[in-house]
Ligand binder design. Sequence first.
Ligand code: TRP
Ligand code: ZN
Length: 904
Amino acid sequence: MRDAQAKTIYLKDYQLPAFVIELTELHFELGETATHVRSRLHLRRNPELLGNQQDALRLDGQDMQLVWLKLNDQTLTEQNYSTDEESLTVFGLSALLGEAIDTGFVLECETLIKPQENTSLEGLYKSQKMFCTQCEAEGFRKITYYIDRPDVMAKFVTTIVADKERYPVLLSNGNNIASGDLSDGRHWATWEDPFRKPCYLFALVAGELRFIEDHFVTCSGRDITLRIFVEDKDLDKCDHAMLSLKNAMRWDEEVYGREYDLDIFMIVAVDDFNMGAMENKGLNIFNTSCVLANPATTTDMAFQRVEAVVAHEYFHNWSGNRVTCRDWFQLSLKEGFTVYRDAEFSADMGSRTVKRVEDVSFLRTQQFAEDAGPMAHPVRPDSFMEISNFYTLTIYEKGAEVVRMIRELIGPENFRKGSDLYFERHDGQAVTTEDFVLAMEEASGTDLTQFRRWYTQAGTPQLHITGHYDADAQTYELLVRQSCPPTPEQSFKEPFHIPLRMGLLDADGYDMPLGLEGEKRGSPTLGERVLDVTKPIQKFVFTGVTSKPVPSLLRGFSAPVKLHFDYTRDELLFVMTRDSDGFNRWNAAQEMAINVIHELLEQHQQGLPLMVDEGLVRAFADVLQSAIDDARGAQVLDQAMLAQLLVLPSEAYLSELAAQIDVDGIHHVREFIANQLALSHVNAFAQLYTLCQSSNLYKADAAGIAKRALKNVCLSYLMRQPEADWLETCYQQYLAAENMTDVDAALRFLVNSRYPKAAVLRSQALADFYARWKHESLVVNQWFTVQAIASRPGTLQHVKTLMHHEAFDMRNPNKVRSLISAFCNTNAINFHHVSGDAYEFLADQVIALNLTNPQIASRLLTPLTRWKKFGPARQVLMKAQLERIAAQPELSKDVFEVVSKSLR
Ligand code: TRP
Ligand code: ZN
C-alpha cells in the first residue's frame, strides 16, 4: 500500500525528460513465490533538452526490492544512489561517467517482485494460473525501475524464463527471436520489438494457453499471422473476435490508409482485468468479457462489444502506438480518436443510425452526468492526482465527439487529409492534442482556434433555440443562444464553436432549400447544412422560405450539447415520422416521451391521479403498426430502429435531466406509462412478438440482432400484463431458446416480474440457469447482474447474500462489476432507498477494495459522488458515507482523489 500523500500534477509543469532510453533489455525469471527481473537500460542525457546539465537520474519504482545496481558494469553502492517508496535516484553521474553521460551508458539492476501478491492487477500479476501484465498508465514502475512516462520511447528486447510445464507459452511484444530449454525443467523465450515504444505498451504473458490462428494479407501483400490465446475450455469462443480483427484490419486500410506493421498480431484473454482491454504493441491483452463469444453463452450486446473492443485495440496500433501521447494529460489524443474510429467501424459493420442512437444515449446519460458532477474535467485536463481516475467517459466518449465535430466542420475529405498528415508527420513520436488539431487545421485550411475550447473547458454546453417565421418576408429566423454551466475550477466559460447540423422540413416532411440571408443569390442551396455557432447569441435568417417549416436541429447529434427547442407534441410527432435524419426521428420520440413523463411527474408530485397523454399512446400505435407491416414485408434492417423507438427514456437519463432527482417519482411514473402502453397495445405487441420469431440459425449479424431486439422489447411489455399466459410464454422462451440473447431476456423479465405467480417460475429459472452455466464464469456474471438489477424490494439483502455465493469473488473485477456495480448503478429505486442502507453497503465495499484494488474501488465510488443531485435526506446519508471513506487510515491515491473532490 503506497502512502496516499496525493499531490496534484499539473500540465503546466511539463518538462522534457532529462534522460532518454534507446534500448531496454529485460530478463524475467518467473517463480512461484517471487519473480526476479533484470533490466539493462541503454541511456543517455536527452540532447533535446537545451543546456541539459542534469547530473542525477531519477527512475520510478514501486512495491519492489532492489537486489543490485550496476552502472557500466560497476556495482553501485548507496553512496551513489538512494531509494524511497516511489523512486530510485542515481546521483553524481557526470563524475562517474564523464562524457558517456551524453554519448551513452548502461544502467543495470535486478529487482524482486511478488506477482502472486499483486491484487491491484497493475504491473505483473497472476490471473488464475497465468502471469500477465497491465502497464498503462503507470504500472511498469511496479515491474522494474524505469523512466515511466510515455515520451520516453525505447526498443525492447525481453527474455522470459519459466517452468515449462506450468507455463508452456511465453509471450511478449514483437517477434519471437530465440527460445530454448534449460536443464532444470524451465524454458525460455526472447522477444524483440523493433518499434520504439513507451513502457506503458510493454506486455508479458506466461501460461498454459491454447490458440486459434488465422492470417491476414495486408494491402501491400504482407502476410500477418493472427493468434488468439485462451484457456483450453474457451477455444470454441474465439471465432467472432478473429473475424472482427480481420474486418478491423481491412477497414483501417480502406478508411484510414493504415497498414499493420509487425508480422504477428496476438490477443490474450485473461479473467482478472481492471478494464476492457489493452493495446500493448503486437500483444493485446483482453478481459475475457471482451473477446470470448459464442451464441450459447453470449448475448447480442456482448457480441457487439467484442467486435468494438477488438477493433478499438487494433486501431490503437496507429492512434496510440505508432503515434503516442507526450504525457497523460493528452490521453484523449489516443482514446478519443480511437473511440471515434471504432464507432465508425461498428457503424459500417452494422446499423449506422442504431449505433449512433446507442452511443448518444450512453453519452447523454453517463458523460453528461460526469460533466455535471464533482469530477468534471476537460477533454484535456489541466491537473490530476491519480491518472487512473482519468480513464473517463469525458476522455473517451466526449473526446470521440470532439473528433467527430472536427469532421463535421472540415468535411470528410479534409478530415482524411488531416489524419494522413497527422500520422505521417508524427509517426514514432509522442505528441499532444494540439498537434492533432494543427494537422486538421493545416490539411483543411480551417481556423480551429475557437474550437480548441472543447479541449480546455469542461461542462456540457446548452443551446436554447427559438424559431420565427415571417410569412410576408418569407424568412425563417433561428435565434441560437449558447451557455455552459460552471464546473469545479472553471466558473466562467467562453463560447464554444458548435457545429449545428440542421434542416427545415416543409409540410410534407421534405427538406427545404437553405439559403442564408447575405449569401449570394444563385449559390447552391442545400437541404441540410452545418451552421457554425460561435457566439453567445447568434441569429441565422433563412430566405425564400415559402411556408412555415418545422426545424430539424442537431441532426446526427452533431455536437455534445443539450438542445432546447419548444416543439409542440404535434411537431415532435411530425419530426418523428418525417425527418430524413434517422437519429432525429428517434430523438423526437424520446423528447415526446420525456415531455409526457415530466408532465406526469408534476401530477404525481401534487398527488393527482395519473393519465397518459393520448398522443404518446397513438405514437406508439403508429410505430407498432409500421413494425408489424415491416416484419410482414421482412424489411429487416429497420427493426433495430423500431426496437429503439419502443423503449422509453431510461430512469438514468431522466435523472440526468432533472435538477433534483426524484428517485421514486421517476420510477413510479415511468413504470406507470410503460404499463399503460402495454395495456393499450397488448394485441400489437403480441402480434409483433410472434412475427419476430425466427427459425433461422442464430447469427450475430445486424438483421438477426435487430429481430431479437424487437421481439424482446415486445416481450418486456407483454410481461407487464397480469395474464399468466405471458409468464408461461416467457418461461417457455427461457427454456427453449438456443441463444443467450433470448435466454437472458426471458430470465430478466421473469426476475423482474411483480406478479405473485412469477415467484415460482423465477426461482426455478434462476436455479436452472446457475446449474446449467456454473462452469462459465462470464455467464455466471449475467446471472449475478439479472438478480442485482431487480427493482423488487429486498434486492439489497439478496445482493449481500450473493456476495457469499461460491461463484462470487471480490478479487475479480468482472464479478464486482456484475453484482455490486450493477446494483449501485442500474437499480436506482433500491440503491437510493431512504434508509441509506445501500449507501453504507457501497461504502463498505469501497473500503474493502481500497486496500486490494484501488482502481476498482475508486470506480465503484461513482454513484456516491453524485450526492448533490438528490434531496436533503439522501444528501445527508450519501455525504456521511463519503466522509466515512475519507476518514479511513490508508486511503489509496485513487480513492482519496475521488472522495476529496466529491466533498469539496
Ligand atoms: N488503453 C486501454 C484502452 O482504452 C485502457 C486500459 C486498459 C487501462 N487497462 C487499463 C487504463 C488499466 C487504465 C488502467 O484500450
Ligand atoms: Zn483505448
